[in-house]
Design a protein. Structure first.
Length: 169
């Protein structure tokens, strides 16, 4: 069963394919000149189509990347040339509206980090606080434990670990 996101990707890949076919038609029958960035665009489109057919689980951002490159006129699928490809920009906006979850996931990974990166940072902070509190004397540690709620969650985890170690000793 194909998911709705896959349908969206197929629709946008098909639209880009239609641009390519129309441009080839205009080139041969109406003497339009294809821009130089048309050829890398066709190659990129063929790569995305191939990956979409053969590796369906690893193509998460390919259509988005294709539309980004198209909207900034790095690659092109039409004989029309603009400084910023308005047609590509419109397609990009429509694609981003339809795939809001994917766009929010990308933004989250870029600005906040992936789950693995967040977990790694959290573990580093816990071990930092653990080492810091481990070096404290008994009096300082009692003051810190009395102000337990004032510390961040990672520090509280480290304090609980130290408290457990002291309780077992």
């Amino acid at each position: 069963m194909i998911k709705p996101k896959a349908y969206t990707d197929l629709v946008f890949i098909t639209i880009i394919g239609l641009f390519i076919v129309i441009s080839i038609y205009l080139h041969f029958f109406n003497s339009y000149i294809l821009p130089i960035n048309y050829y890398p665009g066709v190659v990129c489109w063929l790569i995305v189509v191939g990956l979409k057919i053969f590796i369906t689980k690893k193509e998460y951002f390919l259509v988005l990347i294709l539309l980004l490159l198209f909207s900034f006129n790095i690659i092109n699928f039409t004989v029309v040339r603009f400084n910023v490809n308005i047609l590509g920009f419109i397609l990009l906006i429509i694609y981003m509206i339809i795939n809001r979850k994917m766009v929010s996931l990308i933004c989250r990974n870029i600005f906040i980090g992936s789950d693995e990166e967040q977990e790694e940072k959290r573990n580093k902070r816990i071990s930092f606080y653990y080492e810091k509190f481990k070096r404290c004397e008994a009096g300082e540690l009692n003051v810190i434990l009395n102000n337990f709620g004032d510390y961040p969650a990672e520090a509280q985890i480290a304090l609980n670990k130290i408290k457990d170690e002291l309780g077992n000793s």
